[in-house]
Design a protein around this ligand. Structure first.
Ligand code: FBP
Ligand code: MG
Ligand code: MG
Length: 336
């Protein structure tokens, strides 16, 4: 655990200087995202006092009823980022199509994708929620910005992270050189480095899945969970614990802190959908963080970050976390 007082700004400047890992524009972009998260954190903290709880009278492109905080968080991220000069466009769970930076502002070379508020069903019950983000570089061969510019595999990300609004507000980030964690010091108003080089243990005795969907799962997922549930007497020879927070951000944060395997597999409820979670602004950034921490992330058959997206709001099955468990469950599926 890092004890020295290193702010996110200093950390990013050092990363930029050390080996040119972060170009200046990307550093500024990440600072703006962090500032936006700070302001979302304040709104979350006010809760009922700030009038931010409850449902808005609208649906997003995925047909989900939006919460007031989904909309507030989306607006905060757009307003904070649109004028800074580092972005060409943004995409969000809460917007049907991409948001191109208006031409009254300087244009940058990056594309920012986000799930402004992850775990919306937990907002009104005071359980941890978060913001997930992913940064890509705009391909330079095309004039202007099109949705197609966003359709890049997760392996092309140049930065990814999340901010969790829980008992502490914590920002977790990768730029491709390990995973670092920053905790918001509310008195100073700054994110301070609290852990570097986070590592997920390769083995675990904890899984996270919504068990109420068990009857809808495919055979390999059912087999894996049945074997975990069989405990010491079963083929795994050990007892497993289960956690399901229903905020991906909080479940992944736990896995980064102490290991575990998280899954939201394909199921028979809506067979035409590959899964529930969204590839570009949920699965890809979380997969990169997990891989950077020594874990693995697949859709049951393929590495998530190798998948070529075909649309902005594409869904995907997700298995991520402790490497040996992800490999075991992936191995239970027939290869493609
Ligand atoms: O309610 P379920 O089906 O268990 O789904 C929970 C999952 O849905 C999500 O809430 C989806 O995120 P949003 O709140 O951003 O739509 C994940 O964070 C979480 O893992
Ligand atoms: Mg989400
Ligand atoms: Mg969301």
């Amino acid at each position: 655990m890092a004890q020295s007082k290193i702010s996110l700004t200093r950390y990013l400047v050092e990363q930029q200087r050390a080996d040119g890992l972060i170009p200046g524009q990307l550093r500024l972009l990440l600072e703006v995202v962090a500032r936006a998260c700070k302001s979302i954190s304040q709104a979350v903290n006010k809760g009922a006092l700030g009038g931010v709880l409850g449902t808005a009278e609208s649906e997003n492109v995925q047909g989900e009823i939006q919460k007031k905080l989904d909309i507030i968080a989306n607006e905060v991220l757009i307003e904070a980022n649109e004028w800074g000069g580092h972005l060409a466009a943004m995409a969000s769970e809460e917007m049907d199509s991409i948001y191109v930076v208006p031409n009254r502002y300087p244009q940058g070379e990056y594309l920012l994708l986000f799930d402004p508020l992850d775990g919306s069903s937990n907002i009104d019950v005071n359980v941890s929620i978060g913001t997930i983000f992913s940064v890509l570089k705009k391909p330079d061969d095309t004039p202007g910005v099109q949705e197609g510019d966003f359709l890049q595999a997760g392996s092309k990300q140049v930065a990814a992270g999340y901010c969790i609004y829980g008992p502490q507000t914590t920002l977790v980030l990768t730029v491709g050189a390990g995973v670092a964690m920053f905790t918001l010091d509310r008195e100073q108003g700054s994110f301070m480095l609290t852990q570097e080089d986070i590592q997920i243990p390769a083995d675990t005795k904890e899984f996270a899945v919504n068990m109420s969907n068990m009857r809808h799962w495919d055979a390999p997922v059912k087999r894996y969970i049945d074997e975990c549930l069989a405990g010491k007497e079963g083929p795994r020879g050990k007892d497993f614990n289960m956690r399901w927070i229903a905020s991906m951000v909080a479940d992944v944060h736990r896995i980064l802190m102490r290991g575990g395997v998280f899954m939201y597999p394909w199921d028979k409820r809506e067979p035409e959908k590959a899964g529930k979670l969204r590839l570009m602004y949920e699965a890809n950034p979380m997969s990169w963080l997990v891989e950077q921490a020594g874990g693995a992330a697949t859709n049951g058959r393929q590495r998530i970050m190798d998948l070529q997206p075909s649309k902005l709001h594409e869904r995907v099955a997700v298995v991520l976390g402790s490497k040996n468990e992800v490999e075991r469950l992936t191995g239970y599926h027939d290869p493609l």
